[in-house]
Ligand binder design. Structure first.
Ligand code: IPE
Ligand code: IPE
Ligand code: MG
Length: 231
C-alpha cells in the first residue's frame, strides 16, 4: 500500500483485560503484547512507515502493583534477547524516549546495546516510549532551554527550536495515532507531537492487533481530509 503516513504512534492498551478475559495473569497479557510488538514492527517496516513510536510504559504506570511494575521493567530484556537478531536482519533501527534511568541496569544495558547495534540501519525506526510522559518531556525541554539561556546559548525560541529540545527531536511529526482496546484518551502520550495527528481508536486489544488492523487504520488515515487549519 502507498502511504503518506510517515510516523505512526500507538498506545498499546488492553494487555491486562485481554489476559483477564482468558483467566490468565495480567503479566501473560504483557508478554503476549510484547510478542505482538515484533509482529507490528515487521508489518510497519514492510509498509515503509518511517517511524513507529510505541507507548510501552508511562510515567503514571508506576502506580501499578509492584509485581506488575517489576515484570514490565524486565520485559524489554526478554523482548530484545528474543528478537534483536531478527529486527537487525530486517534493517530496523531501535530508539527510545523517556527516562530510562529508572529501569534495572540490565534492562538499560540490553536496550542501549540494541540501539547501538541497529544505529546504522535504514529501515523502520522503532521508537519505544519507556517511562515516558508528555508533560515530563515538555518540562525537561523547558529546563534544558533555561540552562541554555543561562549559558547564553539561546535568547528566544520558536516552534522548531522548541522541538529540538524534545526527546523526539529529528523525527517527523506524528501523522497517525492509534489506541487499542476501546479507551479514547491520550494518557499523557506525545502531547506536543500529536497536535495535528489523526486519531484512530479501535476496540481490538493490543495482543490481538494484527497487520490487517494496522492496514485498516492506515486506510482510515488515507481517507481523512487533513486541513491543518486551512480549507
Ligand atoms: C497496556 O495494557 C500496557 C501498559 C500500560 C504497560 P494495560 O496493562 O493498560 O492493559 P489494561 O488496559 O489494564 O487492559
Ligand atoms: C497508557 O495506557 C500507557 C501505555 C500503554 C504504556 P494506560 O492503561 O496506562 O492508560 P490509562 O490508565 O487507561 O489512562
Ligand atoms: Mg490500560
Amino acid at each position: 500500500m502507498q502511504t503518506t503516513c510517515k510516523h505512526v504512534a500507538i498506545i498499546m492498551d488492553g494487555n491486562g483485560r485481554w489476559a483477564k478475559n482468558q483467566n490468565k495473569l495480567r503479566t501473560f497479557g504483557h508478554l503476549s503484547g510484547s510478542e505482538n510488538v515484533r509482529n507490528i514492527a515487521l508489518a510497519a517496516n514492510k509498509l515503509k512507515i518511517q517511524v513507529l513510536t510505541l507507548y510501552a510504559f508511562s510515567t503514571e504506570n508506576w502506580k501499578r502493583p509492584m509485581e506488575e511494575v517489576e515484570y514490565l521493567m524486565i520485559l524489554p530484556e526478554v523482548f530484545f534477547n528474543r528478537f534483536i537478531d531478527e529486527l537487525m536482519r530486517e534493517g530496523i533501527k531501535i530508539m527510545a524516549i523517556g527516562d530510562l534511568t529508572r529501569f534495572p541496569p540490565n534492562t538499560q544495558r540490553v536496550l542501549l546495546s540494541a540501539i547501538e547495534k541497529t544505529k546504522n540501519n535504514q529501515g523502520l525506526i522503532l521508537n519505544f516510549a519507556m517511562n515516558y510522559g508528555g508533560r515530563d518531556e515538555i518540562i525537561r525541554a523547558v529546563n534544558k532551554i533555561a540552562d541554555d539561556v543561562r549559558l547564553g546559548k539561546v535568547d528566544s525560541i520558536d516552534e522548531s527550536g522548541f522541538e529540538s529540545y524534545l526527546m523526539t527531536a529529528g523525527l517527523p511529526a506524528v501523522d497517525l495515532m492509534i489506541r487499542t482496546s476501546g479507551e479514547q484518551r491520550i494518557s499523557n502520550f506525545l502531547l506536543w507531537q500529536l497536535a495535528y495527528a489523526e486519531l484512530v481508536f479501535t476496540d481490538v486489544s493490543w495482543p490481538d492487533f494484527k497487520e490487517a488492523d494496522l492496514i485498516e487504520a492506515m486506510q482510515v488515515f488515507e481517507n481523512r481530509n487533513r486541513r491543518f487549519g486551512g480549507l
